[in-house]
Design a binder for this molecule. Structure first.
Ligand SMILES: Nc1ncnc2c1ncn2[C@@H]1O[C@H](COP(=O)(O)OP(=O)(O)O)[C@@H](O)[C@H]1O
Ligand SMILES: [Mg+2]
Length: 427
């Protein structure tokens, strides 16, 4: 989504062209002209005045030197007022909750301080009359004649309110459609199960063969609808989450236990281990308790997805599920001896619908939504997910989650118990 906004923002007019235009424009105005106006200058002027993207040129001291009409339309600041002001006054950004963005996260600030390009398409711009507009901003350093950054930066901004609205409508459509389709699908699954059950129907072997295939595909379709629904909810923050204190060891053990059967069916060994807790040094061999604050169903979904993938993308060898941690972090590792992931695919792996396309994965079915959902859920609980892999040898997926100590866990549990009204409590 974010990439499409970025690409959209640059659509039609390359950033290089804009840099060039901004540069010639700066040489031309404000202030007296030092050189005769050339055909190039006139064209630069014309393009900057007519393009729909806002173009803002800011010098090293943060002062705006160029503000084209589109920037004025987006921000509500007339160019002659904006020029000579600091960009912080003209382009204040807030996050989705309306909180001002930390100064260091402002893309203009980032580009000015690092000399490198910076972008943002999640923030909202506060206009001159205090309206909040979702914008995509790309800021790049301006290069001097020797190819070195000359200290100034140029930013391209685009109002993406319409794109965001369309994205929300699309996501709404997907979630309604997948929700609606699950009901007839459940009926088909139910009738197929009846047809396949010898107690309820007599069928011959070839019919059984066909119906089993139909039943497998129906299951697949059900998983696709479920993943589509979850991913569209994850995108617009509607994911159902009732976080509470959970013990990760217990959840991961259940997932590993349930995965033993499908692993064995493929001839794989599935092992589960909890490594010694480095934060407690009691000398006892009791299993450490790893408390986290998360919705048990959501977090189980993450582990399940990763263990399913490990089994799915491994033809021989083993799958190891490990749990470890220190005083502040819980780490879950899911390691396999499977097909591995080529290095060029790794940066894209957690994107929606991304699947590795090579001879070792092509025949394996899937939606490419599992890892996207895993990432969204992990981030919902302030965790981190990543992968290390060697193509052809195997992969290890890691999840870090913030760990609660026993005292914090108890405190949160008490607080939650006291917020449940007496009417809701079981008698
Ligand atoms: N354990 C793994 N080993 C190798 N490749 C993997 C593994 N897990 C995920 N992948 C790759 O990442 C892609 C995305 O995974 P995922 O989002 O779960 O989608 P799906 O499993 O439906 O294809 C997969 O298509 C596969 O190419
Ligand atoms: Mg998967």
């Amino acid at each position: 989504m974010y990439n499409s906004y970025l690409l959209g923002a640059l659509g039609g007019l390359g950033l290089i062209t804009i840099l060039f235009l901004a540069f010639s424009y700066l040489g031309q105005r404000p202030g007296p002209k030092h050189k005769p106006v050339t055909q190039d200058d006139i064209e630069a002027d014309f393009i900057l005045d007519t393009i729909e993207d806002g173009v803002v040129l800011v010098s090293a001291d943060g002062i705006i030197h160029l503000f084209n009409p589109a920037a004025a339309k987006i921000t509500g600041w007339p160019p002659d007022e904006a020029v000579k002001l600091n960009f912080k006054a003209v382009l204040p950004l807030v996050d989705e909750k309306g909180q001002p963005l930390p100064e260091a996260s402002h893309p203009f600030m980032q580009a000015l301080s690092t000399g490198k390009s910076a972008h943002d398409s999640n923030a909202m711009l506060v206009t001159k009359n205090s309206r909040k507009v979702p914008v995509s901003i790309i800021v790049s350093p301006v290069m001097g004649p020797a190819g070195q950054p000359n200290g100034s930066v140029v930013g391209v901004l685009r109002d993406i309110a319409k794109d965001k609205e369309e994205e929300a409508q699309r996501s709404d459509f997907i979630s309604t459609a997948s929700h609606e389709m699950r009901t007839p699908l459940a009926a088909i699954e139910g009738y197929l199960a009846l047809a396949l059950n010898p107690k309820t129907a007599q069928i011959n072997d070839s019919a059984r063969n066909y119906l089993e295939k139909a039943s497998n595909s129906t299951k697949h379709l059900g998983e696709l609808f479920r993943d589509l629904l979850t991913s569209s909810k994850a995108e617009d923050g509607r994911l159902i989450s009732y976080p509470a204190v959970v013990e990760i060891g217990e959840i991961i053990e259940q997932v590993a236990e349930a995965a033993k059967f499908p692993a064995q069916a493929k001839g794989l060994q599935l092992k589960y281990s909890v490594s010694a807790d480095t934060s407690t040094n009691s000398g006892k061999t009791v299993r450490p308790l790893y408390y986290a604050y998360a919705d048990v169903n959501r977090i189980r979904e993450v582990f399940q997805n990763l263990v399913d993938n490990a089994i799915k993308y491994t033809n021989e060898g083993e799958v190891l599920v490990r749990l470890a941690g220190d005083s502040s972090v819980i780490q879950i590792q899911i390691q396999d001896s499977g097909v591995g992931i080529p290095p060029e695919d790794i940066p894209h792996l957690f994107q929606k619908f991304y699947r590795v396309d090579n001879s070792s994965t092509r025949s394996i079915g899937g939606t490419g939504l599992g890892l996207f959902i895993c990432k969204k859920i992990t981030e919902l609980y302030n965790g981190r997910i990543w992968v290390e892999s060697e193509f052809g040898k195997g992969s290890t997926f890691f999840i870090n989650l913030p760990r609660l100590n026993a005292e914090q866990a108890l405190q949160i549990q008490r607080q939650q118990a006291s917020t449940i009204s007496p009417m809701d409590r079981p008698i």
